[in-house]
Design a protein around this ligand. Structure first.
Ligand SMILES: *Cc1c(COP(=O)(O)O)cnc(C)c1O
Length: 402
């Protein structure tokens, strides 16, 4: 008998926060600093001998704590630290774990900003990254050296939608006594990497979790020890690099987390409908929900029930020119926006080879199969997806892809 897993949607729904006057939403902490009744108490907080007091908003603040609690519940971790962007979360995590002469083994198909940070910025600190295909466990293992401190991957990679086997990678990380850091931005609720053995789970909140494309934001979820290290006043990167999220923003993002399960379900349902229809029409489509996807079986086994295979699919528009024409045509037909980012209520599309992944050098993109003719589509929560399909077909016929 299959044991029914606890569902991350329930974890958010079960939270009960009261506002200052009994409001159904928590009050916003509109203060950068917090008062103390006794001088001694403040000293103890700085020393780290007293916990649970707010001190200064760059450290922690009540609004960020509410959102942090919601996301750590969803991710099955003990704690979470908010940051003003996903890159703020990624860079702080890496600089907390790695120092001079340490090494990282990372997936080669990751978000362009993360790739650029590892490839171009970390060498300033003599931190070296080996980029491998993390869908191949033997490639990860052979890149691990005595200096390796962490393995980094995305649960579902950007933009090629490769799915990493977090169970297998975490086993390997434990065997070598190194940390596994997972960027779960593409698959909130769908995957729970911490439950599968990841030590740190990161999100860009900018995407599905917030879902309204009105702000950037990020979060780092982990155990109590790593979280308190991150905000240590003397040595914590989340404290000293200052990536903190503003209280007003965390309050607005918290409200959006409550509909995340409905949105993920709808995004996935729509993506599945379109990906399978276009595949039937003879187009080259990448989507983990399709049998043709190399990690389809593994994903089916490992994912949480009820949220589908995610809201993003990629089509090959044959040439770079046709990719650009198709996107312009789709925008003109009000199918969505020609814009980077993902997880919006309306469809967003971009050509990753020409935009968000352009940081990756040409020869490496060729090895990965990241060509200039790919169009990444983050499908919206369209009510009538058949209507969307018919309009999209017209656009594709016009630019001679179908
Ligand atoms: C967008 C994105 C990031 C970066 O997040 P920002 O909020 O833009 O800083 C990191 N990882 C993935 C997978 C992303 O899609």
């Amino acid at each position: 008998m299959k044991i029914k897993k606890e569902n991350p949607a329930n974890k958010i729904q079960d939270l009960q926060f009261f506002g200052e006057y009994g409001g159904v939403n928590p009050s916003i902490a509109d203060s950068s600093t917090f008062t103390y009744l006794a001088g001694n108490t403040m000293g103890d907080v700085f020393e780290g001998t007293r916990q649970g007091c707010y001190l200064y908003s760059r450290h922690t603040n009540p609004s960020n704590s509410y959102l942090g609690q919601a996301i750590s519940e969803m991710e099955y971790t003990k704690g979470a630290i908010l940051s003003a962007s996903g890159m703020g979360a990624i860079s702080s995590t890496i600089l907390q774990i790695c120092g001079s002469n340490d090494e990282i083994v990372s997936s080669r198909t990751i978000y362009g900003g993360t790739y650029a940070f590892m490839k171009n910025y970390l060498p300033k600190f003599q931190i070296k990254t080996s980029f491998v295909d993390t869908t191949k466990i033997d490639q990860i293992e052979s890149a691990i050296t005595k200096k390796t401190k962490m393995i980094f991957c995305e649960t579902m990679s950007n933009p090629l939608l490769e799915v990493s086997d977090i169970y297998a990678i975490s086993k390997l990380a434990k065997k070598h006594n190194i940390l596994l850091v997972v960027d779960n931005t593409f698959t909130p609720m769908i995957f729970s990497p911490a439950r599968m053995g990841a030590d740190v789970v990161i999100h860009s909140l900018t995407k599905f979790i917030n879902g309204t494309s009105d702000t950037v934001g990020g979060v780092i979820c982990s155990n109590e020890e790593f979280i308190s290290d991150l905000i240590d006043v003397n040595s914590g990167s989340a404290m000293l690099l200052g990536p903190v999220m503003d209280s007003m923003r965390s309050a607005s993002i918290l409200k959006n987390t409550r509909t995340l399960h409905l949105r993920m379900k709808k995004h996935s349902e729509n993506a599945m409908y379109l990906a399978s229809s276009f595949q039937k029409d003879g187009l080259k489509v990448m989507y983990p929900g399709l049998n043709s996807h190399p990690q389809h079986k593994m994903m089916t086994k490992n994912m949480n029930e009820g949220f589908g295979f995610g809201g993003i699919f990629v089509i090959d528009a044959k040439t770079k020119e046709q990719a650009n024409l198709l996107m312009e045509e789709m925008q003109n037909s009000n199918l969505g926006y020609l814009a980077v980012s993902l997880g919006f209520y309306k469809t967003l599309f971009s050509a990753p080879g020409l935009s968000t992944s352009s940081e990756i050098p040409d020869e490496e993109r060729a090895v990965m199969g990241l060509t200039d003719s790919l169009v990444r589509i983050s499908i919206g929560i369209d009510h009538d997806i058949h209507r969307t399909y018919e309009t999209m077909v017209k656009c594709m016929q016009k630019v001679k892809i179908l």
